[in-house]
Design a protein around this ligand. Sequence first.
Ligand code: NCD
Length: 304
Amino acid sequence: MRHLMSPLDFTTEELEQLFTLATDIEHNMPKYANACKGKILATCFYEPSTRTRLSFESAMLNLGGSVIGFSDANSSSASKGESVSDTIRVISCFANICAMRHPKEGAPMVAASKSSIPVINAGDGGHQHPTQTLTDLMTIRSLKGDIKDFTIGLCGDLKFGRTVHSLINALMRYPNINFVFISPPELKVPSYIKEQLKERKIPYKQVISLDEVMPELDFLYMTRVQRERFFNEEDYVRLKDFYILDKNKMENAKKDMLVLHPLPRVNEISVEVDEDPRAAYFKQVQYGVYVRMALILTLLEIEV
Ligand code: NCD
């Protein structure tokens, strides 16, 4: 039985199979409509989410399966003091597969070690968010044709942003990718990630100014400054509007640069950018459903 804790749990060949399946799903949805008939997905969300949880639920419903779960730790037995290890043992009796989001780093891993059903890490604290990364890679592969030979700028909260950490980890394995980290000094990429890049001799640079690097980028991955991970409100208020991508800034970008964002957006992308053909963040949400459908089929070992 397999779980998904980090994007590195799949080899690049396995990821390629997953994306091929997701692309087939995109073009032949009806073929998959009953693939998970009789199967149940449990979504155990101890932290707020709209997209990720509903994306999983939509994925399972599209496959003809059913969904149970909770979307708030207060409405689960965690509020009575139950451990995730016990919760997952119980959920294993009710469902065939579980997607878990938790504010504590490593909690889905603890659950997986006690689980008799596949567990998917749907985001653990500031650590990893592998299914967002599958979504991001699928978007890049679908819109660009392959995953190689590009410069990606990651902008915003690179310290707490788990989507960023997972995406860098995953992209390290693809050929000829240049990283540009754009953040205020307080929200830089953690040093353990930079060490990994250095070890692999992967080029990266760190800058504060988005304008300065805009013309070099093939992808711009914008992120939200994560209020819930700050210890004090003052720091959050000072940093929250540090970057605002607007029409003006887009003028300096390549004609075929693509803007990605895991969403939710707060102020970091002005709504006027939504009309720009280079804005790919809503398409990205759609790819997220296909790739989660492919993931559920793969982990349940269902062939269509
Ligand atoms: C992200 C997350 O939860 O880490 N959102 C998501 O899952 N699509 C990013 C964020 O909350 O800013």
